[in-house]
Design a protein around this ligand. Structure first.
Ligand code: IMP
Ligand code: MG
Length: 183
């Protein structure tokens, strides 16, 4: 970890070994379920880039890869959140089976928006895969078809997850201590 990043107190939450086991388990489940399908994995940038890279290398069925870049604005208690799509997929997903790959589900607004968006683009099926879930903060009902693990109501960083664009490069996942300004 570089020196600047040691100025905020981090506590180890999920080790790289547990992450690796989790990714293997999810990849095995996904491979089983998509054997007769036309899988398109759609990663949600930036947070999912490391998870996605590890996951797809362990999935043993053919797949296409694409990305979206989205951001969400609004207070954590305001259910009228605005999701902005900064970069859409370029793959034609009509008649294909889309799996959205997300780092963490918090309020649920991002995944709800993306599921609707990808169905509107003609996907035959849309399922959701998330490495982490923070169910205590949910505002929108979403079904996570492939879930890594649940985390407590704390802000978490590392393995792609950021705080203010920092900490994404850390190989393990940490809780940022005493941080209340989530979003
Ligand atoms: P949503 O509230 O479910 O729409 O999640 C929006 C986005 O917030 C997620 O895709 C994450 O990128 C980000 N996010 C939510 N909680 C955390 C966290 O604890 N650490 C880092 N990013 C988070
Ligand atoms: Mg994200």
């Amino acid at each position: 970890m570089n020196e600047e990043d040691t100025t905020l107190p981090l506590s180890l939450l999920v080790s790289r070994r547990v992450i690796e086991e989790t990714v293997s388990r999810l990849a095995a489940q996904i491979s089983d379920d998509y054997r007769e399908k036309h899988l398109v994995a759609v990663g949600v940038l930036k947070g999912a880039f490391i998870f996605m890279a590890d996951l797809v290398r362990q999935i043993d069925v053919p797949l296409e890869i694409d990305f979206v870049t989205v951001s969400s604005y609004g207070s954590g208690t305001n259910s009228s959140r605005t999701i902005t799509m900064h970069q859409d997929i370029t793959t034609d997903v009509s008649g294909k089976d889309v799996l959205v790959i997300e780092d963490i589900v918090d309020t649920g607004h991002t995944l709800c928006y993306l599921a609707d968006h990808l169905k509107a683009r003609g996907a035959r099926s849309v399922r959701l895969c998330a490495l982490a879930d923070k169910p205590s903060r949910r505002e929108q009902d979403v079904t996570i078809d492939y879930l890594g693990f649940t985390v407590p109501d704390q802000f978490v960083v590392g393995y792609g997850l950021d705080f203010d664009n920092r900490f994404r490069y850390l190989p393990d996942i940490y809780a940022l201590e005493a941080h209340h300004d989530q979003g």
